[in-house]
Design a protein around this ligand. Structure first.
Ligand code: NAD
Length: 466
């Protein structure tokens, strides 16, 4: 099939490369000049394991080509299907900014010449497909063209870091359509990726498909905020949230995913989609009270974590060299959009601390935000050698597998772990002051035990000794 994909971001480029791999002819439209220059040189301008090779294969097989605008794409090759994969960021009021979606619809209306299926893959509020249809119809009317087209919704569920396997081996593919032809085209495109198409291809009306994406992300965010709030209680009552999680996860009705307590979710999807769902509720005079709490708990989690650092160090933080491990909003990506690290670093700097940070792949993105105010290290070890104490903000495998005996190089022997990367009892044995999320039962023990050890002097909160 001839496919045009608009937007060469995480979703668009993965969609394009995976369809090209299945022998479709794919034209990618990207209007960011720097991105298109990189892509034409075979460079994927963000980190996604395996993607660069897959794109290179597509280019070598002449299955992928790149253009800078919709007009060029459609002049070159009238496609059967156009996937719109542009960004839908949050506005100030939490609503989704759909300006890129409207712009794409307009360009499509100005250019299509034969039947085209226009598929919206971006995460968009219910009603967006209807508006896209109206915009295309208006453009056709303006040029007195009578061109048949359909609009469909096909929300994307891939996870950054696992995007290729999520796309090529999905749990399900959701398609929202209002014509049999659109349903058939999408079924034909996706069948090669599905083991059991009958079950996995979930076909529905367009508003339901649009809402399914928000419902899925809001449910996952809810699980995270639920565990984070329970972690606060666990600290108060002397329970270990990791044990609580294990006890819950083996219940098949609950399952094990998205139950990790930590510093809260970030990224380009959960925060904005939760906010957009709240906004949609407001528009319909139906307050999404549960989801509002999910959002509030998530933001509070960052602040409470930072408060632990200030409670511990007080004003002495101004003399501290603070080591940070992890800048990306989660492992296996260089995406820092809404990453907790941004808030934590900004607050440390505002309190007068010096910051030295390391992330396996997200450093250059963070450098753009904190160019002159943060030192960026080349390795986890470099941070440990330079820092008074350590803060862990992303649970990269590299950190979880770190030889903890080397952490003794930290001057204060203090670690604030926002992702519960280490076993508190092992940290206790090593004599660290290890402050985590919801595993305080061990931390309390740590403190008692620690005071009996030689390093006890260094673990005593300086703010209490000053
Ligand atoms: N990133 C994810 O993990 C993920 C997962 C599922 C769904 N989504 C949703 O998919 C959508 C895209 O997300 P993303 O992370 O890929 O965004 P992104 O910002 O990485 O990519 C969007 C791309 O579209 C390009 N673009 C914008 N307007 C254009 C135009 N008129 N013509 C050509 N190119 C244009 C931008 O330059 C950018 O490269 C969002 O709605 C997002 O919520 C994202």
């Amino acid at each position: 099939m001839k496919i045009t994909v608009i937007g060469a971001g995480y979703v668009g480029l993965v969609t394009a490369a995976c369809f090209a791999q299945k022998d479709n002819d794919v034209t990618i439209v990207e209007n960011n000049q720097a991105k298109i220059t990189a892509l034409l040189q075979g460079i994927v301008p963000f980190y996604e394991p395996g993607l660069e090779q897959l794109v290179a294969n597509g280019i070598a097989d002449k299955k992928i080509n790149f253009v800078a605008d919709v007009a060029q794409a459609l002049k070159k090759n009238q496609p059967d299907v156009i996937f719109s994969c542009v960004g839908t960021p949050s506005r100030e009021d939490g609503s989704a900014d759909l300006s890129f979606v409207w712009q794409v619809a307009q360009e499509i209306g100005q250019q299509i010449n034969g039947y085209t299926l226009v598929v919206n893959k971006s995460t968009v509020p219910v009603g967006t497909a209807e508006n896209v249809k109206a915009i295309i119809q208006e453009q056709l009317r303006l040029r007195s063209a009578n061109v048949p087209f359909d609009v469909a919704s096909n929300p994307e569920f891939l996870k950054e870091g696992d995007a290729l396997s999520d796309f090529t081996n999905p749990d399900r593919v959701v398609i929202g359509v209002d014509s049999e032809k659109a349903a058939q085209i999408l079924a034909q495109l996706y069948k090669p990726f599905l083991k059991n198409p009958e079950e996995q291809l979930v076909c529905m009306d367009i508003p339901s498909a649009e809402l399914t994406k928000y419902a899925s992300n809001a449910m996952l965010a809810t699980r995270i905020s639920f565990m984070n709030q329970l972690a606060l209680l666990a600290d108060k009552v002397g329970a270990d949230i990791e044990d609580v999680k294990k006890g819950m996860a083996l219940d098949q009705r609950i399952g094990k995913h998205f139950l990790n307590a930590g510093i809260g979710y970030g990224g380009s999807c959960f925060p904005k989609d939760v906010k957009a769902l709240i906004h949609t509720g407001k528009e319909h005079h139906l307050p999404m009270t549960l989801i509002q709490e999910v959002d509030a708990v998530n933001m509070q989690q960052r602040q409470l974590f930072f408060n632990k650092i200030i409670d511990f160090y007080g004003d002495t933080i101004v003399n501290k060299q603070v080591g940070i491990w992890g800048l990306a909003f989660k492992p296996e990506t260089d995406d820092i959009r809404c990453a907790p690290a941004i808030d934590i670093i900004a607050q440390l700097i505002a309190h007068g601390a010096q910051v030295i940070a390391y992330d396996p792949v997200a450093t250059s993105n963070m450098q753009q935000l904190f160019k002159n105010t943060v030192t960026f290290a080349q390795s986890a070890q470099e941070v440990v050698k330079a820092a008074d104490f350590l803060i862990i903000l992303t649970e990269w495998h590299e950190f979880k597998a770190y030889d903890i005996t080397k952490l003794t190089q930290l001057k204060d022997q203090v670690i604030f772990d926002g992702r519960n990367c280490f076993d508190p009892e092992l940290m206790q044995e090593q004599g660290f002051c290890y402050i985590n999320v919801g595993r305080n039962v061990h931390h309390q023990n740590t403190k008692k035990l620690f005071l009996t050890k030689k390093q006890a002097r260094t673990c005593q909160p300086p703010c209490q000794t000053a």
